[in-house]
Write a protein that binds this ligand. Sequence first.
Ligand SMILES: Nc1ncnc2c1ncn2[C@@H]1O[C@H](COP(=O)(O)OP(=O)(O)OP(=O)(O)O)[C@@H](O)[C@H]1O
Length: 917
Amino acid sequence: MTEKPDGGPVASELRPASSEALEGRIRGLQHALGQLLDNARRLTYGEHQRAVRLHRQLQEQTATARRESRSLVDAKTAEALSEAEPKARLLADRLAPGLAAVPPNDARWRSRQLVGAGVPAYVRVGELDAGTPVVAPLLRTNGWKVTGDRNETARRLLQSIALRLVAAAEPFRLRVDAFDPKLTGMMGLLGHLTTKYPQLVPRATHTAEQLHTVLSGLVDVSSLRASRQAQLGHERFEDLLKETGQVTDPYRVVILFDYPFGIDTLAQRDLLRLAATAGRRGICFLVHYDASTAAELDVDSKQLLELLDPVAIVNDRVEVAQLPPARLDPPFDASVAAGICDVIAEQAEIAVLPTIDFERTLPDRLTWWRPVKDEIGTVIGYDDRTPALVRLRSGNPALPHVLVGGAVGQGKSNLLLVMIHGLAARYSPADLEMYLLDFKHGVEFSALGPGPDRPHWLPQIRVLGVHSDRAFGLAVLRHLSDELARRSEVFKSHGNVADIAELAPGPDRPPRILVVLDEFQVLLEDDDELADEAAKLLERLVRLGRAYGVHVVLATQTIEGVKRLSTRRDSIFGQVPYRIALKTTPADSQAILRSGNTAAAELQFRGEAVLNANFGSPDDNQHVLVSFADKRVLDSLREELWTRAGDAAHPPRVFHLAEPARLTDTATAVQPELGRPWTGLPIAVTEEPVAVEVRPEPGAGVLVLGDGPADALGVLTGLAVSTAAGAVEPPRFVFVDGTNSAPAVAEGKDTLVRVLRELGCEVETVDKHDDIAPRLFALRDTMRNGQAGGTYLLGFGFHGVPRMQVHAEGYFESPANALQEIVRDGPAQGLITYGWWNRLHVCTEQLGYGRGNVATHMFLRHPQDGVRAVAGPLVRWASEPHRALLWDGLHPEAQVVVPFAALRADEVERAVELLRR
Ligand SMILES: Nc1ncnc2c1ncn2[C@@H]1O[C@H](COP(=O)(O)OP(=O)(O)OP(=O)(O)O)[C@@H](O)[C@H]1O
């Protein structure tokens, strides 16, 4: 790759200079060849015309001779006649190969042999009486104005031509749009294809609004082709095709039935604009002109018709300039048409999707991780043969952020992965940090982080939200907002620079940040405080992020109908000049690009995109084929980059909506402290767990309340293990299992005991219900004797212990009384309880109203009234999986935490190694 002075990749990065000159020469030769072919075709057509005229003339002479009872037709005439017919036929076949020239009742329409032979420039209009086919030029002209003494015959000709063209063209090389305002249903003949491949023959439109959409899409297509042709020096669309080999850009045929019926001023304006240059842009109009229809006031039908070649049908004879009238063909049989449509659809099915390998868009390894100058840029695919660049920069021109949209399954995930990995290969973790959040299970971001069977990750990633929830999204936005403030201080301390590009590279220059928010609209969807704050922060981020080197990629499947966006749209999207739209509906195309820009609805293949660096202005559309990133290729790239980063590869903060936190991940980043056991992770961009104060004084301990043995065991594991690892002297643990050794948690319990023992702790387990009461009394007595210091009672499911409130045999009190005393008076003696009950009221029954004065409550899935009884009437608690609400009585607000999962057996070794440090 060559580098621009500013460090970004340049368009020619894949081609040495000499190959550019070579390409120029090839282009010139192609152009000349195209002209030769065109001339040859014109000559052939001249010959065809002459042969047909001659044939017709000779036929007439023969007929006259017969009428005049001259028994002998001149021998020369007879010979000429027999020669003219095959010649005209041969030339017709040459001009209109395959099905373009075959009559409707010919057996070849029932075979699949000729389907998809090639886009024909000429088509059959009918035949002479003797069966000589008559063909006329169509696709490279602006089109035809077809009139008929009966509307029916004109419509029929257009219908037949539509079928011929679609059947003759290779898959995806031609598309036919039809406007049928009188609902004649003529296009129903191709209905089989419309159902299966609407991108080849969309359903006919009937209203002016529908036609506007089609035409405005075509205006985009035409303007894009015009600028590509000008850029590459091609007069005609077919030359452009030859050079670029763009299978994704089809010839466009537009059929208007009963013109000018149903045409309004707006449609007429676009029709005139398009028809004037149609032939050169690969667009072709087939207009059935119904002279008996009055045009709308401002529509001058002549203006359009004058741009087209006249074709008239009189008495079932088709008249084309320079040719004798040909007999109109009979209509196609519906079953023949249906059969052909099925074959076309089959061919479309197996047509090879054009693909560009991701590796082709990567620069040479020697140039990876070059220092950032004033932009970070990557190649996302190709625009014809030119690499399509996305350059994120703060100024000159300002291109800070990207909006990506496209319908389901059109390649959005792939595009985001191509962008992320393309940047990761080009810029080092010291220069580029990434925050990747997915709000709708869309992109497979999880593969980008470390995994159980994969030590590596993409080293630039700081935060990875796999199935993030809105709360985490908000936390990330808050974090980034703080980061902006931090950067502003750095800028001030460097002489008030206004732009990151002005900071010299060095330890003080912060890295660029890439924030990818997939399905970002989820954040803003609900009408709540969170959405309000998120919208404000996002607005701030895109507004200020530009100068501070924070680049945001907003991706979505649909933004129509997202309520909150309607008011925020301009303030957010007004800061986002880059638009990338994959194939989508006209409405979403306009939502992503700009009102009036429906180019993304014209795309045919997944992976195709409209790239626009000017707020979606139609003149700046670039038609791009996004490169395709194979999963294995990306994984080996990540491994390579991770290895390259070495010790600098700090693991990302990974956040899963549907998963608990992992104790080993936290222990990798943080060491437990004395008296501050961990309850779980906060919903925030930090690896610091949420710790609670547990000192040997009254009120210490943790009451875990709510359903779910697995979650409860996870919480107790987090508390116990961090207590053990943070202690000066290894404490003792008494594990009381009120669930009667529930098998579902057997592994987690066993693992907890093993880890505690490996950490040097003495662990006693009380598994049987019958043993629990005596053990509680005994522990209480030890405490009374002042010998229980440094002991932790882990009560796993006290609600499951039978007869807790019944006086035990030989005692004047119940086990609950003993437990109450332990919980209440234990802490002052160094005996602390971490206990789990399924409900607050069960806990209260056992421990009494004051619940042993313990302040810290952690709610799992628990009815809201219980939560409010403890944490106040304003608290809302939705009881989601893998979420807990922590109330410590100290902070004014309860805090949501993600509890740890219980440890798996295969984690013991690693957990011990990490916690023992
Ligand atoms: N640029 C491309 N070139 C070739 N094939 C592609 C390209 N992009 C996507 N595809 C194909 O399309 C499929 C869908 O792509 P992808 O998962 O990226 O779409 P998506 O829009 O994110 O889908 P969803 O909306 O379901 O998440 C991929 O499995 C891949 O085979």
